[in-house]
Design a protein around this ligand. Structure first.
Ligand code: AFP
Length: 335
């Protein structure tokens, strides 16, 4: 019996709590809160085609994108869950203009952690029934416990992350996360509402045969990226590689981690810093990638070394199997 043999996510969190360097039950409670919100959002995503929750909510988020109703809903669910449990001192969401400070009831602001979240990434895929995901990232606050959080607590380089992960609402729903000690994946048994450890110690193959990029933007890419794409397509050795692009970062990353591949969202003459957000998308995926023996770069430097200067900052992103990212960087370095 799969369900009885495999560790549940709850059991795994407790079992690994002591090996975590900042050991305290607080991070466990936080991960449990995210697990709960993930189940609620999963329930909503799964019935998206059945009820009238599709289509734009009429609002535009700070990125100037039309918000889908499910984006709004997922945003509410995650924020509500974290707020109600008083397990973090602040939340920043891709769907919110500013961060949200949370005051604990005892007014001492004792919570140490801030969470950054992209509640529903790839949401333009929802109404065509393609996988979407939630991405989260956890940091220890910089300002002293007992004072209200400030922007400084959120604008930390990715290397300061203490945990990060994603939930993929796909053919099955999975929660994949790291606390800096490898990457583990848990699959939801929808009948029981329980996540089970199904993918222990996930790792990117050192190299792969898949490249994922929006080739419609080819003409606008820097020459280094164009040359790398041509390299991927060339008939030589183990090439040409296969092109696979879902347009849903979590899904593209998840597939590439399992099969071996590279995901790229470069800058272009249309978008000078690419499209992806450093804090909500790139840093958490970079932390996961490095913990899974992969690599994440902006084409020239390590993503997790970048000092952010604003919440919704964008950055070019190259992420995946180590050797493939290094090869792309080689091409970038020529220009
Ligand atoms: P949406 O949430 O607007 O669908 O954006 C998804 C995303 O941030 C990322 O998940 C995709 O990989 C990327 O954008 C797709 O962007 P393009 O449509 O420009 O290729």
């Amino acid at each position: 019996m799969f369900d009885l043999q495999h560790k549940t996510l709850g059991e795994f969190i407790i079992a690994n709590q002591d090996s975590f360097q900042y050991t305290s039950g607080e991070l466990s409670r936080l991960l449990n809160g995210l697990r709960l919100a993930a189940k609620v959002v999963n329930h909503e995503v799964n019935k998206a085609g059945l009820v009238d929750i599709l289509g734009g909510a009429g609002d535009t988020n700070i990125q100037g994108e039309n918000q889908q109703k499910l984006d709004v809903l997922a945003n509410e669910k995650f924020i509500q869950t974290l707020k109600n449990r008083e397990i973090v001192c602040g939340i920043a969401s891709e769907e919110e203009d500013d961060f949200i400070a949370i005051n604990s009831k005892d007014e001492n602001h004792q919570n140490k952690y801030v969470v950054l979240i992209d509640p529903l990434d790839g949401s333009s895929n929802i109404d065509v029934n393609v996988s979407v995901g939630t991405i989260f990232s956890i940091y220890r606050r910089i300002t002293p416990v007992g004072t209200p959080v400030t922007m400084e607590d959120f604008l930390q380089p990715g290397k300061n992350q203490i945990a990060a992960g994603y939930i993929i609402y796909g053919t099955s729903t999975m929660l994949v996360y790291t606390t800096g000690d490898g990457v583990n994946g848990f699959t939801l048994n929808p009948a029981l509402g329980t996540f089970y450890l199904s993918h222990p110690n996930m790792e990117f193959p050192e190299t792969g045969k898949i490249y994922s990029v929006n080739e419609g933007n080819y003409i606008h890419f820097p020459q280094g990226v164009k040359d790398y794409i041509k390299y991927c397509q060339k008939e030589e050795g183990d090439r040409p590689y296969t092109s696979r692009y879902i347009g849903s970062l979590v899904s593209d990353f998840h597939r590439n981690m399992i099969k071996g591949g590279i995901y790229m969202y470069p800058k272009s003459s249309m978008a000078h810093n690419g499209k992806l957000r450093l804090l909500y998308e790139c840093n958490p995926m970079a932390f996961l990638a490095e913990q899974a023996n992969g690599k994440a770069s902006d084409g020239f430097q390590r993503i997790m070394d970048i000092q952010p200067s604003e919440l919704h900052e964008r950055v070019p992103f190259f992420c995946g199997s180590k050797k493939m990212v290094e090869k792309a960087e080689e091409f970038m370095a020529k220009y």
